[in-house]
Design a binder for this molecule. Sequence first.
Ligand code: APR
Ligand code: PHB
Length: 393
Amino acid sequence: MRTQVGIIGSGPSGLLLSQILHHHGIESVIMERQSRDHVLGRIRAGVLEQSTVDMLRAAGVGERMDREGLVHGGFHLAFDGRMEYIDMQKWTGGNSVMVYGQTEVTSDLIEKRLSDGGIIEYEAPAVAIENFLDGKPRVIFEKDGGRQQLDCDFVAGCDGYHGVSRKSIDPGSIKELERVYPFGWLGILADVPPVDRELIYINHERGFALCSMRSHTRSRFYIQCDLTDSVDNWTDEAFWEELRRRLPEAAAQKLVTGPRLEMSIAPLRSFVAEPMRFGNLFLAGDAAHIVPPTGAKGLNLAASDIHYLSRALIAYYSENRTDLLDRYSDTCLLRVWKAVRFSWWFTAMMHKFEDDPLSPRLQRAELDYLTGSEAARTMMAENYVGLPFEPFE
Ligand code: APR
Ligand code: PHB
């Protein structure tokens, strides 16, 4: 098999890249380790920055998002018996975010890709990437019990944190920086109405909690849990009870409970691999970086990598330019580190840190300062709605 761009992974990064390239007449093939049902069954975050929304629209997958997504102009921070509103629209000159699940984004992209004749090989794990430093890369993958080879001009490693792309790089050429947080998020998805029109992030002495949603009738809630915890330890009733204890009074009164559609635990980590380009192999999305979910930057960072990578590949194929490919890593990392910073800061301000006696007081001071200062609210609002992309010449 031969194609122009070999894409490993059919998460949001790989699918979006393939769709944008298709619009510019560039061929690609996606190889995905899992089945299509498995990919569509994963529940992830659901807050899209304006620039992600714009990219999805431009890729031709904005229709259902615009119909079913919920536009949010702000969110609440609850702490110390208070509930404060961060009015994003006010502090960013009118910007907002779109609440629309990553599962739906993925589903819309798969459908569009396939209806446009795109090739997605499911249950086809890539096992090695070869020759990417010599200009003639090839991806070795398994399919139907045998090994096959995909020759291409470029390989996009969109295969997430556990993928093969990053692992194919000589350890001496890549720097991996990581922080693992000493807690996780226990999440529940249920067909119950949200407790508020917008999201509530809660700093509580028992631990962080978040009230989020997927629609007017489907909600997503999280509570901070121990890293050693397991969903087997939690009945639905126990989850709702613990959540209720952490909610502000007004939200607790409005909480409607119901049986879980899904329950899972996510560990929290900050991780960045540098650089993001190795010859003709480009890392994008979770393959190159992970942020803790506080602030929902993961999917949005994946989209901004794809913005830069697609532009660079289009410039190469249409104008024979290589400068954007050369700058891909540096350009991506500028925005990546700002999102890593924001997600770390938001996480540090909202969670319970067992081994730090200063932490509760420092958090209260930070939250009091933040909600009382126009400058600080503006900082938070402009990061939450998403920082601008670097311009192209
Ligand atoms: N061969 C083929 N596919 C692979 C391989 C492999 N060796 N290894 C992993 N994959 C697939 C995974 O099965 C998955 O479908 O790559 C895909 C990676 O998708 P994501 O993990 O969703 O990563 P990405 O597309 O970069 O999306 C980033 O997802 O995890 C969230 O917070 C993250 O929201 C962000 C978004
Ligand atoms: C979610 O709805 O899953 C969600 C929302 C906001 C976050 C993280 C997760 O910051």
